[in-house]
Design a protein around this ligand. Structure first.
Ligand code: ATP
Ligand code: MG
Length: 402
């Protein structure tokens, strides 16, 4: 007998109440439909507390596994189980369990974990464990049943008129579906930290729009290519909608000529924040995001954070503020951006840097230094000059259409 391959997508239900819940489910469903368009999927349904992905008849195990891998990294997905759908009848359930377990090779030990969502089915979960377990023991005489620390768990879920049987079940990255928490504008360098910061916000449901300040025309456009590679990684799980590239080199040069050297970096950063804020207004975003972590470099002291934050009205979110570099590196490796970010490219960070940057800037001194520049005009010029690059983000609607 051949069973239809399915993938069960579980999400955390904690904190999902009332209307919230159906908005969340619909958003996750739409995101998955768009992100998985390259896979042979018939439909995605919603069934009591999870999403059910139906794979086309005859889909190979490798394809089902690749589809499962793709779902695991999507924000809002707490767990993914890949297996079969069958009738609510002991015989097909036993057969489907045998096929699922055979596909889990190599393994030594297993157990059955059954759940009955509908009490209309006469056999309770304890009995299901025993009965399906007995079928599997007969089919796999060389394997042993083990209740703790088993290699494989065969899941059996009796839900709404059908049964779902699987031997592969893994934790997803969790969080909320992208598009359920509004839009943020992230300052995206080609470094290690900011891609992780943006991804963290996407995992909490925010659509991310990046702004990258390039040293062009004072430097090459190398950092822009790295940022594009980074955005493509974030695009795989629907986290990023757009990246604006801002040619910033000439403005930095102007600042470096007339500004006291110690305050240069803070003036660069205040201008960057203001341009990002202007872009955020145009995108109708609710906050800015940076990859800063307290004390990591000279510009990331409390005094300097205060001096840069004072240049904008929007909240500036810093999801990595309390993270150690090693933790951030681990996260970047998991995300898949570490290798890209480890390549060297000159961007505005390396351009016109002073030897001794101020670590405890006073706002009054900063504002006095800034008064020498027509920064209001610059903000408009730079926001107008920003070059948008679009990425596939199922949850994104360009601001004009919202
Ligand atoms: P990262 O690894 O993310 O580049 P960093 O450790 O190099 O961070 P800084 O250079 O001080 O730290 O930058 C702090 C934050 O400022 C970055 O995380 C990023 O959000 C923003 N930023 C820095 N440079 C740029 C840039 N060229 N374009 C856009 N944002 C930038
Ligand atoms: Mg940097």
């Amino acid at each position: 007998m051949e069973f239809q391959r399915i993938i069960l997508v579980h999400y955390h239900e904690i904190g999902l109440k009332g209307r919230n819940r159906s908005v969340f489910e619909k958003r996750l469903q739409k995101n998955l439909e768009a992100l998985l368009c390259a896979f042979p999927i018939v439909t995605i349904h919603r069934i009591s507390g999870r999403l059910l992905v139906f794979l086309r008849e005859g889909t190979a195990l490798e394809v089902a596994n690749a589809c499962t891998d793709a779902i695991l990294g999507v924000p809002g997905v707490a767990r993914v189980s890949c297996g079969f759908k069958c009738e609510q009848d002991m015989e097909p359930m036993g057969q489907a369990a045998c096929i699922a377990l055979a596909e889990a090779e190599p393994f030594e030990s297993f157990k059955v974990s059954a759940r009955r969502n509908h009490t209309t089915f006469p056999i309770d979960s304890m009995q299901l464990n025993r009965d399906i377990g007995a079928v599997l023991c007969e089919a796999f005489p060389a394997k042993r049943v083990q209740m703790k620390g088993q290699d494989v768990t065969v899941g059996v879920e009796v839900v709404e008129g059908s049964t779902y049987v699987y031997a592969r079940s893994e934790r997803g990255i969790g969080g909320l579906p992208v598009g359920s928490s509004g839009t943020v504008v992230g300052l995206l360098s080609s470094g290690i930290d900011s891609p992780v910061a943006l991804w963290r916000m996407a995992r909490r449901g925010a659509v991310c729009v990046g702004v990258h300040f390039s040293g062009r025309p004072q430097t090459s456009d190398a950092s822009e290519f790295l940022v594009d590679d980074i955005a493509r990684v974030l695009e795989r799980t629907g986290c990023i909608a757009r990246v604006y590239v801002v040619p910033f080199g000439d403005y930095q040069r102007e600042i470096s000529i007339a500004c006291p050297p110690g305050l240069r970096v803070i003036l660069y950063r205040r201008l960057m924040f203001r341009v990002a804020e202007e872009i955020a207004r145009r995108e109708r975003a609710g906050a800015l995001v940076t990859g800063e972590s307290l004390g990591q470099v000279a510009s990331q002291t409390l005094d300097n954070i205060r001096a840069t934050d004072a240049s904008v009205e929007m909240p500036v979110l810093r999801p990595l503020i309390g993270s150690d570099k090693l933790e951030i590196i681990d996260a970047a490796q998991q995300l898949g951006t570490f290798e890209i970010s480890s390549q060297d490219a000159p961007d505005c960070c390396t351009l016109f840097m002073p030897r001794n940057p101020e670590t405890h800037a006073k706002l009054a001194d900063v504002e006095a230094a800034e008064a020498a520049f027509p920064w209001r005009e610059w903000v408009c010029e730079l926001a107008d000059a920003a070059e948008p690059h679009d990425y596939a983000c199922p949850a994104y609607r360009p601001a004009r259409q919202r």
